[in-house]
Design a protein around this ligand. Structure first.
Ligand code: CP
Length: 324
């Protein structure tokens, strides 16, 4: 695995899931793989889980870890080419990324969309500029359109908790006070559409995901009906793709409640976190046996670790082909 920015970089997702679950039992079995190597984790936005789980995964593999909040800890970066840099951006991505590449063997980047210009966000400018100029493998820590480490985590968790061979998995839109990106639902849909699950996306009209992400998923416009017989309920808010970045609904009927959970096949409740209690999901669900959100967040370590291991192995094969 050269880079990890989407499901396209995962050669065999079932193998990744199986290996991640083995790692969970033996976290330090590859602790020499990253010896004398360094990963840089660059954050353009706040993070709790991605930051700490990727750091822990890297340390389990023996990697040295450097973390930087871009802009807050460093110069503001100019991402556009050919601009006259007489504004507030002191450094161009071409030098900054190339310099970071001098210090790191793998670089992780988290960027968020602006939610103002769909074309701009879906061009993945920040991620692509790092890929262009760093000269080192890039792992996405969430980008403008995808969150692949979260989605691999989600698949690992579904595999771990499923009680039927082909579970019914429901991604349900839920209300929120802020306009949020489509990265998590896009990515979750992309990974579920490549997995052996019965997959439904439930949302109010106007919240359709981009067709390349929704794929052939069942679509449901009723806030309760999709829960019928579900094995997993995955809640997430996102802003509209069609009316880009807008909040079109705040209907509390879309909040996940215990009443709706009663329609499921004793479903597990999942969310990528952070989650707003009693807006997205009521306390009664989060504090019940249904909820596996903490266990799900725990699995972020194994998703990151299996991906970093694959990237390190690819790097070693390139650097020392005679060893393989
Ligand atoms: N789920 C997730 O990516 O969490 P953080 O934003 O805290 O990293």
């Amino acid at each position: 695995m050269q880079n990890f920015t989407s499901i396209k970089d995962a050669y065999n997702i079932q193998n990744l899931v199986n290996e991640a679950l083995l790692m969970k039992k033996m976290p330090h079995s590859d602790k020499h793989l990253g010896k004398h190597k360094t990963i840089g984790l660059l954050f353009f936005n706040s993070s709790l889980r991605t930051r700490l789980s990727t750091q822990k995964a890297a340390q389990n593999l023996g990697l040295e870890v450097m973390v930087m909040n871009v802009g807050a800890d460093s110069w503001q970066l100019e991402m556009n080419e050919g601009v006259i840099m007489n504004g507030d951006k002191a450094e161009h991505i071409s030098e900054a990324a190339a310099v970071i590449g001098q210090y790191c063997d793998i670089v992780g980047v988290r960027s968020f969309p602006g939610l103002l210009d769909r074309e701009e966000d879906y061009s993945e400018k920040v991620l692509n500029q790092f890929m262009k100029y760093t000269g080192k493998p890039i792992i996405s820590l969430e980008s403008a359109t995808r969150h692949p480490l979260q989605s691999l985590t989600d698949l690992i968790t579904i595999h771990e908790y499923k009680t039927v061979a082909r579970p019914k998995v429901v991604l349900t839109w839920a209300p929120h006070v802020k306009a949020l990106p489509q990265c998590v639902p896009n990515s979750f849909a992309e990974w579920m559409n490549h997995s052996d699950v019965d997959f439904t996306i439930a949302h109010p009209k106007g919240y359709e995901l981009a067709p390349e992400f929704a794929g052939d998923a069942n679509i449901c416009y009723d806030p309760a009906e999709a829960f019928d017989g579900a094995d997993f309920i995955y809640a997430k808010n996102w802003s509209s793709y069609q009316e880009y970045g807008k909040i079109l609904s705040s209907d509390p009927a879309w909040m996940v409640t215990m009443d709706k959970m009663k329609r499921t096949n004793n479903a597990k409740f999942m969310h990528c976190l952070p989650v707003r209690r009693n807006v997205v999901v009521e306390d009664a669900v989060l504090d019940s046996e249904h909820s596996i959100v903490v266990q799900q967040a725990g699995n972020r370590v194994w998703a990151a670790q299996v991906v970093l291991k694959e990237m390190l192995l690819t790097q070693m094969r390139t650097e020392s082909p005679y060893l393989f």
